[in-house]
Design a protein around this ligand. Sequence first.
Ligand code: WT7
Length: 626
Amino acid sequence: MNYIAQTQSDFENLSQAAVNNPDAFWSRYAEENFNWHKKWSTVSNCDLTQGKISWFEGAQLNITENCLDRHAANQPNKTALIWEPNESKEPAIEYSYQELLDQVSKTANMLKEMGVQKGDRICMYLPMVPELAFSVLACARIGAIHSVVFAGFSAQSLADRINDASCKWVITADGGFRGNKITPLKKIADEALAQCDCVEKVLVVQRTQSDIEWNASRDIWWHDQFEKQTTDCPAEIMDAEDKLFILYTSGSTGKPKGMVHSSAGYMVYTTYSFLNVFQCRRDDVYWCTADIGWITGHSYILYGPLSAGATTLMFEGTPSYPDMGKFWEIVEKHKVNIFYTAPTAIRSLATCDLALVNQYDLSSLRVLGTVGEPINEEAWRWYDEHIGKGNCPIVDTWWQTETGGIMISNLAGVTPAIPTMATLPLPGVQLALMDTHNTEINEMEAEGALCIKAAWPGMARTIYGNHQRFVETYYSTYPGYYFTGDGARRDAQGNYRITGRMDDVVIVSGHNLGTAEIEDCIDELPQVIEAAVVGYPHAIKGNAICAYLCAEDLTEKEVKQFVSDRLGPISKPEQVVFVTALPKTRSGKIMRRILRKIAAGETDALGDISTLLNPDCVKDIIQIMA
Ligand code: WT7
């Protein structure tokens, strides 16, 4: 059986085979498509009621041998990675599979020389430079656990993440180019490290030539150590369930969750989903515009495409510099065949002059994708008509940091796309919708809480250092099921539309933000008596943040600046509203549901507010915002 569906009937056969015997399905796919040092003794050993997940127990492998060595052996000159810089006058760099293997091996040897060992945690706080890709893969090669922190995060967020995983090493850069700005990464890292006793060494990539402070007993230049390394670095042999990486995602309490992914299952699932969803062909150039600081970059810039032997492009800059035609310039320049981006980018590009699109030759494009949030019909139509020229299937891919890879999507050109719907689960993914009594809904046409009822190899294994929170967050609401936190609607044919988060997570421009974390941050301002943070619909960003504050002697600007400094600019509220009181239940719980409706302008749909402790304040808030 070919595990990559090429026709609708392949898709149906695969889906059926995976239901009939999931272990046989995954076992045969894993066996036929990867290199193993040792085969598994047990395919899956999972108990969802306990959040206990284990795949391919007994197997040994190294994911980088699958991403690099095997392709370097079979097709050494094939381009593995294309790096496109922020400034188009700087040349792009192409690494063949052999060259990428060499760079990764040198990086791995450099880390070993610094004392890094299997199981150690290393934090990367880097711009989208090739060294980020090398570092991630180098960790995987020697069995160190990488924890990439998005370079837009603040010093405090970085420090929290470094400390949570007790990272001994940090890799950063003097600065990062983003459009016409330079992010002072080393400076931010220095500030963070003042709070991190666990860190021993900081490896610094020179990128912007910025003036930086230097701590000679701690800081090491990448280029001083890198060149002298050899390209010979045998891969560490890892057990299937050894931790591969930690990646933080926002939760509904203030503290971010360090999601842990393991080696074998993640490799199998990212490769499988990459090939099925994008239908990548041998000579394709594939470009995912995400940052490697997010799961999309981990799974679909690096691990999935590389394991599949594809050519993957990474871009240092932003969609708006030097102008809003940048993405299309890159598509033309590198003859990109598969293009994967976020609805928020599509919406903002769609507001621009079409001449910015039409001046470029986009005829290389064959497949388009979106990820990160629901895509509205208007944006979908624009993407289809003006970028795909009506010729490219659009895959709307639903998944999460926790799922490791794409769970619901049409398969490009194989199963039908339906605007605004992620459509059907991938073969091997068993979904369920739950009603308000926490029982599974059997009717096909239904709306409810989206759950997954069978384990799959790519699922997160735990929250780093807090398995109990893992079980509580994902496996307690609906015992025996993984709860996604999203709501969804299912049509009569079984297609899914994601309706949005059911918890206190808001997706702003595709970034997952926890409102509790922003509330905690605002509460630190001494002038603040009480704060409530909610999301509301925003035309470009999908959602935006509105902060309601009871406070004295504080301006909107001060609040925005404070949040931006503490958590990073992406968490900055769009609106700050000063109120005299927040609506509360009789038990004192802030009614965020009402505040959400007010922020969304739905003031005539507030429902019964008479049961509130202080119903009068609602009228006041509406007036303040009018
Ligand atoms: C949340 C996960 C998965 C990589 C990027 C985000 C939302 C994601 C879609 C989609 C509707 C989507 C969900 C999900 N989401 N993709 N195609 N349609 N909603 O990863 O930061 O872990 O966020 O993003 O609400 O739960 P993440």
